[in-house]
Structures are given as C-alpha cells and as structure tokens.
Ligand binder design. Sequence first.
Ligand code: HPA
Ligand SMILES: [Zn+2]
Length: 330
Amino acid sequence: MKTWLKALPKAELHLHIEGTLEPELMFELAARNGVTLPYASIDEVRAAYEFSNLQSFLDLYYQGMAVLHTEQDFFELAMAYFDRAHADGVVHVELSFDPQPHLLRGLEPSVPFEGLERAMREAEQRYDISSALIMSFVRDRSAEEAMTVLEQTRAWHHRLAAIGLDSAELGNPPEKFAAVFERARELGIPRLAHAGEEGPATYISGAMDALGVCRIDHGVRCLEDPALVERLKSEQMPLTVCPLSNVYLKVVERLENHPLPGLLEQGLKVTLNSDDPAYFGGGMLNNFIACHDAFGWDQATFRQLARNALEEAFMNDERRSRLLSAVANC
Ligand code: HPA
Ligand SMILES: [Zn+2]
C-alpha cells in the first residue's frame, strides 16, 4: 500500500512554505545571514518541537523563518521542499507564504516573490511539478496592515492564485478581514481562509459569508454544526484537511479520533495536506500513510481524496484532466 500511495499522483493544496524549513537548513541560513538561534544544535531544535496548541507552534514557526533574508534563501527553502515533495509523489503544490513577518523584518516584497517563483519554475522543469502561489495574511495582526500589504504587493498580484488567512485563529474571526477580502475580490483575486482548526464552526460560515472564500483550510470543527455540514456538502466547499498537523497541535488527541472518516461519510469535499511538514511529522506521503494506518482506508478512498484535490486545484484544465486520468489508472 505504501508503494501505491507514493505512486498515487497527489496535489497538495495546503502548505506553508515557511513550515517546510528543516532544522538543518535553518542552521545553514542562520550562519550565512548572521542570525543567532536560541539552540545549540539541530537536535535541540527538533527537541523543541513539542506543541500544546497552535500558538505554541506559531511562536517557533515565526522564530524559525527569521533566518530567511534573501531571494536565494527563499529559493533554497522551496527547492528543498520540492525535492521532498517529488520523492513523495506530489505532482502539484499550492504554496502559501506569509509576507508580513518578512516585510516587518525589513525585506522587500520582491525577495519572497522572486525567490519562490524561481523555485516554482525550476520544480516544473526538473520534476514536472506544477504549482500556484498563495499570499496569506496573519490574522492576529491588524486588518489595516493586511490592507497595506495587499496594496503594496500590487505588482505581483497577477502571479497570485489566491490570498489566504492564517496564524492564531481564536479571537481573530474572519469578519475582522471583511474589507481586505472585499478589496481582493474587486481586484479579481480568489480567496481562501483557515477556519475551524481551533476556532468554532461559526468561523467557517463567517469565512464563507464575510470573506467569500472558495476553499476552507482545515474546517474540521464543522461537524459541531449539522446545518453548516449540510451547507458545506451542498456547496461542495473544499476542506483542506491536515491530519498530522491536527495531531501535533492537539486539535485531536490521536489520529484515530480524527473527524476525517465522519467528514467523508457526510459527503464533504475533503483533501489531505501536510500544512507545515518540517514541524508536523512529515510530508504528503506520511500523511497518507498515517491515514491508512489509522482508518484502514482502501485505494478507492485515497483515489477519491486525490481526485478532490485535483478538481479544486488552481491548474490548467488540460493538465487537470491528464492527472485525473493518471489517478483513475493508478
Ligand atoms: O497550522 C496553521 N494554522 C494557522 N496558521 C498557520 N500558519 C502556519 N501554519 C499554520
Ligand atoms: Zn495551515
């Protein structure tokens, strides 16, 4: 089954590129850029990856990404991820990045954009991996700052597949960003948001109503509201679920208790993703294998999950139909 899961053409729709930073590269970039890390060794960094909730992870995540200073750093970060994604049998990636922490550190917007885009072109040539870029706003910072960043990055909007909304969910409901997302809608940019990871089911309906999202990142708490489940089902709203992330951040105690089987039984449009693979126990293949081990799903279920992701991906239709055929024949 593991060999088959690896061969299954997989599209990853929920991935934070800063969350792919492995401790080895973190140390290398820290040395190159003269950044002092509060760890003596790579093992010490790994030992610190013990999270009690989303915030305890975010503290390390923002600290880690501070080693990224140049276009070349972003290029190397993304290429290291693409190397691993290719080895996992990933054929398409929608990578999100958080511009705010980088801009606040004094980087120009061109630094992440150009570095990531060079890696995306290289991955296409080297591995035939297609990709799309998502710019995510940090929801525990102000909506005014998000609006400023949206305007400040106008020169790159044509290269964005979508904007997103991430970081600390509780206390930062989607409605806080209604004006920013309305502006993105006027500019013709598709919208996504994290909702219902730690936050309640009302944040999921809020993201749909106030932000006009075409996809919900996580969404696992929707089962708390049967009317919302009906709505998600009738609209076939995609949920980009991240099983190992939910275990590492204590959204669920163990994968065996995860609501995934229930989400599928309800007929919801679920996809599997890795979220922050350097922090949460590995990439796409590890997530697929863990679900196989926890739920005993058969090939037909995994084919359905792979098909869901391809159907919802920002991808040209010719490639989509070719990859859908490859899934059917896998
Ligand atoms: O899992 C996450 N949740 C919210 N924000 C994030 N930013 C990076 N990873 C995450
Ligand atoms: Zn996420």
